[in-house]
Design a protein around this ligand. Structure first.
Ligand SMILES: [Fe+2]
Length: 149
C-alpha cells in the first residue's frame, strides 16, 4: 500500500467514521450528486439571507446542516478514498480537518457576535470554491475515470 495514504482522519477531527463496507464507485457518485444539490441550496440560502429579516436563523440552520455534513460525509468520503487508494487521500483528509476547525471557530463566534454573516459567507465560499469545486470534484473525476467499470 502507498505509504502516503493513511487511514481516515476521524479520530483527529471528531468526524464520524463511516460504518460498514465502503460504497461502490457508482453509489459514491450518486451520493456526490445528491450532496452537490444540497451544497447549491445552502449557497442560495446564504445569499437570500443577506437581505432577509430572519438572517440569523437562516445562518444557524446552514451551519447546522454543514456541521452534520462534515460529521458524517467527511468520514464517508475518507473511507471511500482510503479503500480505493486514492492518491490524494491524505491531503484531501487534511483539508477536511482544516474545515472542521474553521467551522468550530465560526460557531463559537456565532453566540457572541451580533452579525456573523460575512464570516459564514466567506467560510462557505472558501469551502465551495477551494474544496468542493476542486478537491471533491477531482475525486469525482478520478472515480469516474478509474473506478467505474
Ligand atoms: Fe472532501
Amino acid at each position: 500500500m502507498d505509504a502516503t495514504i493513511r487511514p481516515p482522519t476521524a479520530a483527529r477531527t471528531g468526524v464520524v467514521p463511516a460504518a460498514g463496507a465502503a460504497p461502490s464507485a457508482e453509489e459514491f457518485l450518486v451520493k456526490c450528486e445528491r450532496d452537490f444539490t444540497i451544497v447549491r441550496r445552502l449557497g442560495t440560502d446564504i445569499l437570500v439571507a443577506q437581505h432577509a429579516d430572519f438572517r440569523r436563523e437562516t445562518l444557524e440552520r446552514v451551519l447546522h446542516v454543514v456541521t452534520m455534513f462534515f460529521k458524517f460525509d467527511f468520514g464517508y468520503q475518507e473511507q471511500f478514498m482510503f479503500t480505493n487508494r486514492y492518491p490524494g487521500c491524505d491531503a484531501h483528509a487534511r483539508q477536511h480537518q482544516r474545515y472542521v476547525h474553521e467551522l468550530d471557530k465560526i460557531k463559537r463566534a456565532f453566540d457572541w457576535r451580533a452579525d456573523v454573516y460575512d464570516d459564514v459567507r466567506r467560510f462557505y465560499s472558501d469551502l465551495v470554491g477551494n474544496h468542493i469545486a476542486v478537491s471533491d470534484a477531482g475525486l469525482v473525476d478520478y472515480t469516474r475515470r478509474e473506478l467505474v467499470s
